[in-house]
Design a binder for this molecule. Structure first.
Ligand code: DAT
Ligand code: MG
Length: 150
């Protein structure tokens, strides 16, 4: 459980608005460790695979064109309970319904431009990390954060 990993993406709107540092800082201060980090503009193929569960939804086309519209910062975070904890820190899908203190609650108002993605389960994180990162792009062993590892 200590070694749990999740996939986080700062979406094109979050990158364009200069929120990358703030977002990473929140996760680091919480005690999670960055074990993978890169910036890329996703291909249509990657975006469609990432959001495959939403293929039949009316917003799918717009979602794929938005996520491929510019650079995304892809992050792999490691730590105890990180999958669920990151979702709590992110807030709910609609930023207007996200509590103040959450990332979406503090920085966004538009459901389609909600600045950040986080895996919704351990199974999703495994699938998404395989899509976004090659094995050699992730640290095999995290550099210990003294706030996290005793
Ligand atoms: P989450 O990103 O909170 O896991 P989700 O998996 O339900 O949310 O949807 C994926 C993304 O799709 C979401 O971050 C923003 C977009 N989206 C969801 N519902 C939408 C809607 N009703 N209209 C437009 N975009 C939507
Ligand atoms: Mg989701």
């Amino acid at each position: 459980v200590q070694r749990e990993r999740t996939f986080i993406a700062v979406k094109p709107d979050g990158v364009a608005r200069g929120l990358v540092g703030e977002i990473i800082a929140r996760f680091e201060k919480k005690g999670f460790v960055v074990v993978g980090l890169k910036q890329l503009t996703p291909t249509k193929e990657l975006a469609e695979a990432h959001y495959a569960e939403h293929k039949e939804r009316p917003f799918f086309g717009g979602l794929v064109s938005f996520i491929t519209s510019g650079p995304v910062v892809a992050i792999c975070l490691e730590g105890k309970g990180v999958v669920a904890a990151a979702r709590l820190m992110i807030g709910v899908t609609n930023p207007l319904a996200s509590a103040p203190g959450t990332i979406r609650g503090d920085y966004a108002i538009d459901v389609a431009k909600n600045i950040i993605h986080g895996s919704d389960s351990v199974e999703s994180s495994t699938r998404e990390l395989k899509l976004w990162f090659a094995d050699n792009e992730l640290l095999a062993v995290a550099t210990p954060n003294p706030n996290l590892y005793e």
